[in-house]
Design a protein around this ligand. Structure first.
Ligand code: ADP
Ligand code: SF4
Length: 696
């Protein structure tokens, strides 16, 4: 199918210095948790994106020297010739699909803890390192400055020799020396590299100049610059120094890649920013330079992309997350398959992978980072091995993904759902404040299932074990899968409480389900509601927002030292805290519940003595979940009956096995479909490993 002519503009090439893109889809640098440690895995991931139509594929930040060692985070590395071979795997994979390869060279200055190299940390000034470690950076001498410039040049030459087409000079995310020198907050120097804006920009200008002289004849030189740090006068402001800097350096690079800092502001989750939310900061850049401009905004809609170009905001549509959720986004737009786009939901599970030093994960795309080790592909899946019929109970994220993927493989699939709509927790939670994009998890899968004649979905059909067996027998099913999800515990057991919290008979306690199944009972609650969050992810804070909407005063109590502690990993914690404060929600960190009474509870601070009480009419416990596995156990214990009915296999997947994130449920649904015929073997590692070779 051809695309609508109004999207033609997205498929025009753009000249960037000595190279030209084949279209306007540009995968900007993004962390991936694979970097220098899993070079084949990241190369295979990039190959899939190049195959999917991205005209430029960039690496994540690439350490240029052991004095910029950001271990344990796994980024790219070009410390010396020894690193070239690993990155060459990526470059070759990208070139095989006719895309351009970009590398984001970086020296992280005071953000380099040098945990592996143990070199002293250099910084623009004498200052604390960019973490909570008890360690300082020393102010770089003129010799250090010259050395770092040479490190950039050496790394750029290595990058060119590997075959990179675009080489970055990076001053963004508050992470690299380029930005640290520019920043008044960090730069306290009194020499020609400090003081006036001209002086503070000098270091970065010299890096760009030197890189250009070294490799600019063959490679395009890109500048990644954070035009606004969203810190007011403490930081770079786009209407002030941000603008001045772009004007000062306007024609120096071949490409401007612009965004906002820090990473938590750049990679805003859908809860805190809409598609295209950076436009208000970056829109001026096109007017300041004749060079092409790329920017990001979690773009998944081709109309929004075209609008960016038509209105002269961007020349190239930058994407990190949308390219992870759907590596084939450009091709799908080109071929007019808009219904098939797997839109990023803006949840930042991908970001959490880098933060937790693990290969990339994505809620929408379970195949990400599995291209090499498991041989998965986001658009292709092997055909069935036999004619079998699979019956899946529960149409949440796990059930829907399994049904869709098994269906694509050609298996007959029947899926039953108790409720009147499919989607499970993804659907239910999408009605909560800030989570409407969660519904994309459901919409994409239902849309695909509709196109598969061999997959049938039955709504409003709650089945017990007898009915499930009877129904399966009628259909000729070989395998029953329970994907029946989980429900929140009402006894408070979780990470902190290993036994039930003491609750008085006349106390009013609730689970999160009560908020969505009967929200009226939380309207204008006179005595206030306490949300006890021992789950530490997003739900406690989202429920607090919902209750404020209902006119109720809320206190969030958590045993963690800060509210929604785990969302540090999705870069949301500070945003959540700010929002709750602005809504008048009380936050009580480092507290556990001792007893819930009628209209009040008693608390412990940090599990120590010092009990005190707090008034609350209702308490909502967000602690942990019970797998809804009764159906599975009823089935699994009826071996004789199953044998009689010719149903040899029963499996449970997703939250009904082990409650976790929506991303995990989707992944487990997908893995089940991919490995349908493979008999689990505890003695076999179920994926290819990348093991360091010892050769000397
Ligand atoms: P997961 O994330 O593992 O997919 P969810 O809780 O999101 O789990 O989804 C489970 C789905 O299964 C829900 O939509 C729920 O209504 C449905 N379900 C649970 N028990 C049954 C049952 N016995 N029969 C049919 N559907 C069920
Ligand atoms: Fe988008 Fe979430 Fe996937 Fe990241 S994990 S790419 S935010 S859907």
């Amino acid at each position: 199918m051809a695309h609508d002519a109004r999207y033609d503009v997205l498929f025009e090439g753009v000249k960037i210095g000595p190279v030209t893109t084949k279209n306007r889809f540009y995968q900007v640098p993004h962390c991936n948790g694979m970097g220098h440690r899993y070079p084949r895995a990241i190369a295979a991931s990039r190959a899939v994106k190049a195959e999917g139509g991205w005209s430029v594929i960039s690496t994540e930040e690439c350490e240029i020297h052991p004095s910029s060692d950001v271990s344990p985070y796994i980024e790219a590395r070009l410390w010396d010739e020894g690193d070239m071979e690993r990155l060459a795997l990526s470059v070759d994979a990208i070139h095989q699909h006719d895309a351009l390869a970009a590398v984001e060279l970086a020296h992280n200055g005071h953000h380099s803890l040098n945990r592996y190299s143990r070199l002293p940390t250099m910084g623009v000034s004498d200052m604390m390192v960019g973490s909570y470690d008890p360690q300082q950076a020393y102010a770089m001498s003129k010799k250090d400055i010259a050395d770092v410039r040479q490190m950039h040049v050496d790394a750029a030459i290595r990058a060119r020799d590997i075959g990179f087409d675009i080489i970055y000079c990076y001053a963004g995310h508050d992470l690299t020396l380029g930005q640290h020198f520019i920043s008044r907050r960090h730069n306290k120097r009194t020499d020609e590299y400090g003081g006036s804006l001209e002086n503070r920009v000098r270091f970065f200008r010299e890096i760009i100049d030197a890189t250009k002289s070294a490799v600019g004849d063959r490679c395009a030189i890109a500048v990644r610059f954070a035009v606004d740090e969203l810190l007011g006068e403490d930081g770079i402001v786009s209407s002030d120094e941000g603008k001045d800097i772009v004007h000062m350096l306007a024609e120096l690079p071949d490409l401007w890649d612009v965004n906002v800092a820090d990473w938590a502001n750049d990679s805003l989750t859908a809860r805190f920013g809409e598609e295209g939310s950076q436009e208000k900061y970056t829109a001026f850049v096109k007017g300041a330079t004749t060079k092409p401009v790329v920017g990001v905004g979690r773009f998944t809609s081709p109309d929004a992309m075209v609008s960016q170009i038509r209105r002269g905001i961007l020349d190239l549509i930058g994407a990190a997350r949308p390219s992870i959720a759907d590596p084939f986004l450009p091709n799908k737009i080109e071929q007019g398959q808009l219904d098939d786009i797997r839109e990023c939901i803006g949840c930042n599970i991908c970001v959490s992978s880098d933060m937790l030093v693990q290969p990339l994960r994505c809620t929408q795309n379970p195949t990400t980072a599995e291209e090499y080790r498991r041989g998965w592909h986001p658009e292709k899946i092997s055909s069935k091995h036999a004619d079998e019929h699979i019956f899946i109970v529960g149409a949440g994220p796990a059930g829907l993904e399994a049904a869709m993927s098994l269906g694509r493989r050609g298996y007959d699939v029947t899926i039953s759902e108790a409720l009147s709509q499919a989607g499970g927790r993804a659907l239910i939670e999408s009605s909560l404040p800030g989570l409407s994009t969660w519904k994309r998890v459901v919409d994409y899968r239902l849309g695909q299932i509709e196109k598969l004649p061999n997959v049938n979905l039955y709504l409003e059909s709650t089945l017990d074990a007898d009915q499930a067996i009877e129904f399966s027998q009628e259909l000729g099913v070989e395998h029953i899968v329970t994907a029946t999800g989980s429900s929140w515990r009402s006894d408070g057991i979780g990470r902190t409480h290993f036994t039930a919290i003491k609750v008085a008979d006349d106390a009013e306690i609730h689970t999160p389900e009560d908020v969505w199944s009967n929200s009226a009972q939380f309207e204008n609650v006179k005595g206030g509601v306490v949300i006890y969050d021992d789950d530490l992810y997003y739900l406690g804070s989202v429920l607090a927002e919902r209750l404020v909407e209902l006119g109720t005063k809320v206190t969030v109590i958590t045993p963690a030292p800060q509210v929604a502690q785990w969302t540090e990993n999705t870069l949301e914690q500070q945003h959540i805290e700010r929002r709750l404060f602005s809504l008048g929600v009380e936050i009580l960190p480092s507290h556990t519940i001792r007893e819930i009474k009628q209209q009040s509870l008693t608390l412990n601070r940090n599990n120590q003595d010092g009990e005190f009480s707090l008034e609350a009419e209702k308490v909502i416990l967000v602690t942990s979940r019970n797998p809804e596995n009764q159906l599975y156990h009823q089935l699994a214990t009826q071996e004789a009956r199953l044998r009689q009915a010719n149903i040899p296999k029963v499996t449970r997947i997703g939250d009904c096995l082990a409650p976790s994130t929506i991303a995990s449920a989707v992944y487990e649904g997908h893995r089940f479909a991919q490995e349908y015929e493979i008999k689990p073997d505890p003695h076999r590692i179920p994926f290819k490993r990348e093991v360091i070779q010892i050769n000397d």
